[in-house]
Every structure is written in structure tokens, then in C-alpha cells.
Design a binder for this molecule. Structure first.
Ligand SMILES: Nc1ncnc2c1ncn2[C@@H]1O[C@H](COP(=O)(O)OP(=O)(O)O)[C@@H](O)[C@H]1O
Ligand SMILES: [Mg+2]
Length: 623
């Protein structure tokens, strides 16, 4: 937008801005994006508000002019108007003054409400759109983003946009209109005096604005930075409270917190100092100009008019001073808005960026719903890497028959998780195809693909809510019996029933009120509830206690029957009974067969087996 490149003081901050903001979109693009929300989704609301704003600005100009008429024509006895005429004028003008006051009050009430309504509506819409967009992004996107930053974008940055909408844009428009309106009134009333006033007031005003902007920006940036430090420090010490207590680090934490908190206080005080000096300066200029108007009025009265010094009436002088003192508030507001604008544009840009980030996994426009599958899975010449030129899989092939239980073993980082990630199309493969019952997974809708797949990961993730809600999760209209059956099939029913509220027990944030093993049993039940044809267990028993592992092992036969399953496990005892075991190394299958086959072969699997067997003999449990 022009404002940044125009104006002599704008160029100085440009470099600074660039440092803070990597350019994703031009200000114009951002403005268009916001305007689209404003005028597409809330058009009538926006137009009504604009009309009210305009009307309010015009009305604000009326009062001084009316007062001038009253003073010059009613109070002034030298005039040749009759008593009747003067009385009528007085009555009419006072009534107009009163009506203007009433209408102005009413307008400003509606204006404020409407402004905020637009602001909050827009933010709600933007936030919903952002959230919806986030849900569509692939895991690759989330790999590159910190969750804290994402959360801040959807909450804080969206709030900033509201500030811009309700507090910023339209109020600035009001200020801008007022400024123009006042200038016109002044010029029309007495252009000579008006120009003198501009000459005396505008240069110092610009100077003050310029310094204010620079100092305020710096001060604000510092306050933002220090409060971010306070938050980060706080959040780290709260989430790490157990660790810091056990290492008795509380004292140092308090000290550190004190330091960042103190820095924040100092930054805030600096910002206060900037304001404290700026406002009085503006007031000073305003008063000086008022003084000048009276001086000018007196001078021209005493020495008479000239071409560049046109005399004023008393009414004009009073109206003039009123306009002049209303002249500076809009300037001050606009100056401050510049700051808000800078910081909100940065926020807007982050939200815009988030809303326009593309996912590498995109559903085709003609994607169809994957029909009920039997569970035949085929990986064909898969090439994949998380980062370019760092392949994890190259020409990977694997075919699994319906109902087959495949165990995948191999060292950490060999690509086991990657294989199942690709099956769920959480990442996009670079080359090759994955077929499920001859349907290419890239041709079907993601929903229909995932709904036939049950996945249990190493770290069970529960959401706050009850146990039943966590088992049902995404399913609709699930009879309670089904929940119980699912829980029972993974041997979770028993412990759930023992809880005080059974299935209605609240699990707490992330399931914090349950043990790790209990959480894992619940996530097993969740994966099983929709009766998926494909089951993926990625280190599902690796971090649970031996007792839970036993429960799961006992349930495993039932879990796997009739499903194509992929079981990734470190502990070979878990995978011994799989129909087929594949050993992965560096993204390739180096051995495959049943437990017996592989042991007889005395290869890699045998080596791993020996290793764990020895470990167990020594009393440790392998991993
Ligand atoms: N999200 C990711 N981003 C970048 N690299 C990854 C990501 N996940 C895994 N990798 C890398 O891919 C390789 C295979 O990882 P993975 O399939 O998780 O191994 P495994 O499950 O066998 O331990 C490793 O080298 C790992 O560093
Ligand atoms: Mg893994």
C-alpha cells in the first residue's frame, strides 16, 4: 500500500520492518484479503457502519458553526435584526444544536456496537477458516511448525486482526474524514487564518509524530519481546514442574522469572514514557494555535484586514478555536494507528500465511469413497523421503494378503514408521503406488481411507473428556454396548468398570488422570471400535508396563483375526506369532519369513533375537 512508501518518514522504518517480517504477501494482498471478509461476508453490516461513520463525521462539524451563528447573529446587539428574528434564530439554532447532540450520541452508540460486531464476526470467520484449513494440512506441515506458534496464530494473531478491524481501520477512517472536514470548514470560514494555522501547527506536528512513531515502535517491540519471554519461562516451568522439583531447581526458576518479569516492567515503563511525553506536546501545539487564533483576531480587529490577514467576527474566532482544538486528536490517533497497523499487519500476515499454506497431501477433486475393503495391501516401488534428496525408502515393495499379520522389525530409524505413515497417506510418496484392494490410495477420499484403518501409536493420546468419549472419538451414534465390547476385546473393560464413574470417568487433559497403560488400552479400544480392516500398531506396547503388555498380548489374537495388520515392535516376543516378519534396514527389506524361518536362517533377525534373549537372561527386558 502506498502509505509505507509515501511520506518522508516512512522510508526509515522500512528496513527495520523487513527484518521483522519475512515478506510473504504484500500489504495490498493482505488488505484485499481482509476486505474480502469485510465486504463479502458482512457486506450490509459494513456498509451501514460506513454510512454511520460518515454521518457522524459530518455532524461533528456542525456544532461550532451553529455556535458561530448564535454568537454573531443573536448575541451581537449591533446587528440590525429585529427581536423576533433574533429570538426565532436562537430557538431554531438551539434546537438544532440539541438534535445534533442527540443524533451524534445515538450514532456513536450504534457505530461502536457495529464496529465490534464486524470485528468479532470477521475474526470468528477467519479463525474458523484457519482451523478448517489446519485440519486439512498434512503431517509434513506440522513437522515444520511448533505447536505453540500455531496456537498463538489462531488465538493471539486473530485477536490482533479484530483490533485492526474494530479499533483500527474504521476509527482511522473517522479520524481521516474529520481531519478533511475540519480543514474544509476552516478554509471556507477564513482561508487566510486557516493557512496561518496550518503553517504554524503542521510542521511541529509532523515532527512529533515522526519521533513518536520511531520511539513507540521500539518500545512496543521490546514489550512484546519481554512478555513473550515471561510467557515462555512460565510455560516451561509449569510443564516441567515435576522435573524442576525433583532436581530442586525452584530457587533458580524464581530468580530467572524475576529477571524476565523485571525486563518486561522496564520495557513497559519505557513505552509509558513515550506516551507521557507525546500527548502533552500535542496538547501544547493545540493550545498554542488557539492562542494564535485569538491573537490574530485581536490584531485584525485593532489594525484592520489586509489581503493575507482577513478579520474575523467573534463567533468565527470561537468556532475556529473549537475546530482547531478538534484538529489534533485525529492526528494523534492516526499516528498511534500507524503503530497498531504495523503490528497487526505482521499478525495478519502470519494468519494469511497459515491460511494459504499448501499441503503436499491433497485429495483429488474426483476422489471417490473407498468401498468396504478386504484388506489386500500392495506397496509398489515406493520412493519417499521427508526431505528432498534424503530418501528413506527407495523402490520399496511389499504385498500383504487380506487378514495377514505382518510384523516389521529393524533398528531405530530404519523406516518402519515411515512405511505405515505412507499407508495412511499422512505424507505424499514421491514415486510408486500404494494399492488397497486395487484402489490407489491417492484416488480415494482421505476420510474413507482412514475410516477403514485403526492405528495405535507408542504414545497414547487422549483428549479431555470421558473414557467413553475417548473410545468413541470420531464415530457417530455408537451404542453403549459397542463401546463396552471394544473395551472388553482389549481387556480394558475390567479396569474401566473399577473406576468410580466407569465409562463416564473424566480422563483429564491428555488423559493425565490415567496411567500410561490404561491410556494405551483405551486407545486400543478406540482403534478397534469402527472394526477396521487394516490395523496398525506402531510400537504400541513399547512403553507400557509389563502387566498392560500382557493384557494386550492376550487380546492380540482376537484383535488381529480378520484384519490385515502391521505390527511394529522392538520386543521380538510380541511379534513371534505374526504370519510373516519382515526385517527392515535402511528402508529396505533384508529378510522376511516366519519366526522359525528367520531363526533358521541365522541372519539379522537371529542376531537381534539372540541379543534380546541375552538381555532377558541378564534381567533387563530388552528395551
Ligand atoms: N517427520 C520427519 N521429518 C524428517 N525426517 C524424519 C521424520 N520422521 C522420520 N524421519 C527420518 O526418517 C527415517 C526413518 O524414520 P522412521 O520411519 O520413523 O524410523 P523407525 O520407525 O524405523 O524408527 C529416520 O532417518 C528419521 O530420522
Ligand atoms: Mg518408529
Amino acid at each position: 500500500m502506498g502509505w509505507r512508501r509515501s511520506g518522508h518518514f516512512a522510508s526509515l522504518t522500512e528496513d527495520e520492518e523487513k527484518k521483522e517480517r519475512p515478506k510473504v504477501a504484500s500489504d495490498w494482498t493482505l488488505a484485499k484479503w481482509i476486505m474480502k471478509y469485510l465486504f463479502k461476508d458482512f457486506r450490509s453490516l459494513a456498509i451501514i457502519t460506513l454510512v454511520l461513520v460518515g454521518l457522524g463525521s459530518v455532524l461533528a462539524l456542525a456544532s461550532p458553526k451553529i455556535m458561530q451563528v448564535i454568537i454573531d447573529d443573536v448575541f451581537n446587539t449591533e446587528f440590525i435584526k429585529s427581536i423576533d428574528e433574533r429570538f426565532n434564530l436562537l430557538l431554531i439554532m438551539t434546537l438544532i444544536l440539541l438534535s445534533v447532540a442527540i443524533i451524534t450520541a445515538v450514532i456513536s452508540i450504534f457505530r461502536t456496537v457495529l464496529l465490534y460486531k464486524i470485528g468479532y464476526n470477521t475474526v470468528k470467520k477467519i479463525r474458523t477458516d484457519t482451523f478448517t484449513h489446519l485440519q486439512k494440512l498434512s503431517l509434513k506441515f506440522f513437522d515444520t511448525q511448533e505447536s505453540g506458534r500455531l496456537i498463538s496464530k489462531v488465538t493471539n494473531d486473530c485477536d490482533k486482526i479484530n483490533e485492526l478491524m474494530s479499533g483500527g481501520i474504521i476509527t482511522s477512517l473517522i479520524d481521516f474524514l474529520t481531519l478533511i472536514g475540519i480543514s474544509i470548514m476552516l478554509l471556507v470560514m477564513n482561508w487566510q487564518l486557516a493557512l496561518w494555522c496550518f503553517l504554524f501547527s503542521i510542521p511541529p506536528t509532523l515532527l512529533i509524530s515522526y519521533f513518536f512513531k520511531r520511539r513507540a515502535r521500539k518500545a512496543y517491540r521490546k514489550t512484546r519481546k519481554t512478555i513473550a519471554n515471561v510467557t515462555a519461562n512460565l510455560s516451561e516451568s509449569i510443564s516441567g514442574v515435576k522435573v524442576s522439583k525433583s532436581f530442586t531447581r525452584e530457587k533458580r526458576n524464581i530468580q530467572e522469572f524475576r529477571t524476565v518479569n523485571q525486563e518486561n516492567r522496564e520495557a513497559n515503563m519505557k513505552a509509558v514514557a513515550v506516551f507521557a511525553t507525546t500527548f502533552p506536546l500535542f496538547n501544547f501545539i493545540a493550545s498554542a494555535v488557539v492562542g494564535f487564533v485569538y491573537f490574530y483576531g485581536g490584531w485584525t480587529l485593532i489594525f484592520g484586514s489586509t489581503a493575507i490577514l482577513k478579520a474575523v467576527t467573534i463567533g468565527e474566532a470561537i468556532a475556529f478555536t473549537q475546530y482547531v482544538s478538534n484538529f489534533f486528536r485525529p492526528i494523534l490517533n492516526l499516528t498511534m494507528f500507524y503503530n497498531t497497523f504495523q503490528s497487526t499487519m505482521a499478525a495478519t500476515e502470519r494468519v494469511y500465511d497459515l491460511n494459504h499454506s499448501t499441503s503436499d497431501v491433497v485429495e483429488k477433486t474426483d476422489a471417490y469413497i473407498l468401498p468396504e475393503i478386504k484388506g489386500h495391501v500392495k506397496f509398489e516401488d515406493i520412493v519417499f523421503g521427508y526431505k528432498e534428496n534424503e530418501l528413506v525408502l527407495s523402490k520399496f515393495n511389499l504385498e500383504v494378503s487380506p487378514g495377514e499379520a505382518i510384523a516389521i522389525v529393524g533398528p531405530t530409524g530404519s523406516g518402519k514408521t515411515t512405511i505405515v505413515n505412507l499407508l495412511g497417506r499422512f505424507y505424499e510418496i514421491l514415486e510408486g503406488n500404494i494399492l488397497i484392494d486395487d484402489h490407489n490410495i491417492q484416488d480415494v477420499t482421505l476420510n474413507s481411507l482412514h475410516s477403514q484403518m485403526g492405528i495405535v501409536l507408542q504414545d497414547p493420546y487422549l483428549f479431555s473428556g470421558t473414557i467413553a468419549e475417548n473410545i468413541v472419538y470420531n464415530q457417530k451414534d455408537v451404542p453403549f454396548d459397542d463401546i463396552q465390547v471394544a473395551a472388553d476385546s482389549v481387556n480394558a473393560h475390567e479396569f474401566i468398570e473399577r473406576m468410580s464413574k466407569g465409562y463416564d470417568t473424566e480422563v483429564g487433559e491428555r488423559g493425565s488422570k490415567l496411567s500410561l497403560g490404561q491410556r494405551q488400552l483405551i486407545s486400543f479400544a478406540r482403534a478397534l471400535l469402527p472394526n477396521p480392516k487394516i490395523l496398525i500398531l506402531d510400537e504400541a506396547t513399547s512403553s507400557v508396563d509389563p502387566y498392560t503388555e500382557l493384557l494386550i498380548k492376550k487380546a492380540l489374537d482376537k484383535l488381529l483375526s480378520g484384519r490385515t495388520s502391521f505390527i511394529i515392535a522392538h520386543r521380538l516376543s510380541t511379534v513371534r506369532n505374526a504370519d510373516r516378519i519382515i526385517v527392515i534396514k535402511d528402508g529396505a527389506i533384508i529378510e522376511e519369513g516366519t519366526n522359525e524361518d528367520l531363526l533358521a536362517k541365522k541372519g539379522e533377525y537371529y542376531r537381534l533375537y539372540q541379543l534380546q534373549f541375552k538381555d532377558q537372561e541378564n534381567g533387563s527386558n530388552g528395551h
